[in-house]
Write a protein that binds this ligand. Sequence first.
Ligand code: DC
Length: 248
Amino acid sequence: MSNQGKIIVAIDGHSSCGKSTMAKWLARQVGYIYVDTGAMYRTITLFAMRNGLITSDAKIDQDGLKEALDKAEISFTLDPDTNLPLACLNGEVVEKEIRGMEVSSLVSPIAALPFVREKLTVQQKAMGEKKGIVMDGRDIGTAVFPQAELKVFVTASAEVRARRRFLELQEKGEQNLDFDEILKNVQERDYIDSHREMNPLRQADDARVLDNSDLTIDEQNQLLLKMFNETIQNSEELIVESGEVSNL
Ligand code: DC
């Protein structure tokens, strides 16, 4: 299929703010590829856990992880039922493992390591070479695709996000859930993600803000689709005005 007229959509924001839900929905709606970069950081975290390179209190064997990282091959495979991407570690689907509380509580310090970010950023940039992609994460509009045609910064209050995460985990059948612990985890992750040295979470200057604290899923999806359509329309008008043939 031609990539003429296709754009890059970069969606960033805090954890558990519904980025992935809307990014997935938009990708399906407009026939783009969807990439969840959080899943990639989570998969590296699982790799570190399985290889004894991180302890449960987040002590990381950085030299060991750096050396072993070449052996962690991260990819996605499409779920035949939903057609959505599932994260794989060395060919094994690890979608369930990377969504649990253990990985969630260890992923931020792993994602703060510059050598981990470098490896994943290179892979993410390559995935967007042909455009036609919706990628969500923390640094997509600032570091991975600073040239993205549409950048959206999604946010919602920490309490709203913790409540959503609680319900999501409950639905997945996780036992002994403690709301305060989940809220603390959300706040801690916000802090680490926004204060790390390399590519911290921040709103790109040219990003559009989408606060979904008081929006339903359908409302937020429609707002995102509106932003997408406006961006496509503006790009097309620019091409017509300048008379240029662009590979936008
Ligand atoms: O979106 P998520 O909760 O699955 O992300 C998991 C962690 O990975 C989170 O602590 C932030 C980090 N992350 C990141 O640093 N950069 C990205 N592009 C995506 C996620």
